[in-house]
Write a new protein. Structure first.
Length: 272
């Protein structure tokens, strides 16, 4: 049996709040701590991870499903030793898998499980079925919020949907683009104020990432900020977040097995 793999979905409802940057920098931070990390780019939008990091791959999950190659073959090496499963039209196709493909994907992921400790799933903005499926299939939900009314209301709406329709109740929160650590706490306070009032959910604060131009400069250079500007405030914050995430308890089996992630993912998408 494979060992448990921590599967973390990075989400948040609103676009442009910093999900992909968090996914990548957190992944590198965890890799620096000795974890073997894979980032699954589940975003088909424009600002996806291959663009963020200036990497490209010719093969997609579709090739895996067609039996033409292994998941290993489509993974791309990223900075800091992380590996990335690139976004592909295949991600969309996950919603229409037949039984054979379903089994094939589970097999592909379970073969991978032996050499990965953490799988970070970077989701697209919004609350499409695909986003919800990825989030529901993960064990940890990391929501990125910024101090804008639309970010808070979108995060709230996503939490409400996940709670009401999918029985999820535990959410981890990262405040991004804050001016001070206090602002991060205040932002978390704003969100819990509404969730405590209207929902029966548990929000856990992970920490904050400051608004830092180094992030923008790194994005322009198609690099992760922890690599391009390792001493920047944002990089320091990302590393601190990685330390916290590294200390999270590992999932208890069998829910923690990677093949169950895919299984739940597909179940969600076929509405089972
Ligand atoms: N901590 C930060 N400080 C300054 N700028 C930031 C920070 N985090 C993100 N940004 C800016 O926000 C932009 C969007 O970030 P990112 O692509 O990670 O967001 P996203 O939530 O993944 O977006 P999408 O919803 O489109 O996938 C980045 O290109 C960067 O310029
Ligand atoms: Mg993104």
């Amino acid at each position: 049996m494979a060992h448990p793999v921590q599967v973390i979905a990075v989400t948040g409802g609103k676009g442009g709040v910093g999900k992909s940057n968090l996914s990548v920098n957190l992944a590198i931070g965890l890799a620096e701590l000795g974890r073997r990390v894979v980032v699954l780019d589940a975003d088909l939008g424009l600002a996806n991870i291959d663009i963020l990091l200036g990497i490209s791959s010719s093969k997609t999950i579709e090739n895996v499903l067609a039996g033409e190659c292994d998941l290993r073959d489509i993974m791309v090496r990223g900075p800091g030793g992380i590996r990335i499963v690139p976004a592909a039209s295949g991600t969309q196709k996950l919603s229409q898998l037949n039984t054979m493909e379903h089994a094939g994907l589970i097999q592909a992921f379970s073969e991978l499980a032996d050499d990965i400790d953490v799988l970070i799933v970077d989701t697209a903005a919004g609350i499409s079925d695909t986003v919800i499926s990825f989030v529901c299939a993960a064990q940890e939900v990391l929501m990125v919020v910024t101090d804008e009314p639309t970010s808070i209301t979108d995060a709230y709406a996503q939490i409400k949907l996940l709670n009401r329709d999918y029985d999820m109740f535990r959410f981890r929160i990262v405040a991004n683009m804050v001016r001070t650590p206090q602002d991060g706490h205040a932002l978390f306070g704003k969100l819990t104020k509404v969730t405590d009032r209207f929902l029966d959910v548990a929000l856990q604060y992970v920490g904050a990432v400051p608004q830092d131009d180094a992030v923008k400069r790194a994005v322009q250079r198609q690099k992760a900020v922890v690599e391009a500007y390792p001493r920047s405030r944002a990089a320091t914050a990302f590393r601190a977040l990685a330390k916290k995430v590294d200390a999270w308890p590992l999932p208890a089996t069998p829910r923690g097995h990677l093949e169950f992630f895919v299984d739940r993912l597909v179940q969600q998408q076929i509405g089972a």
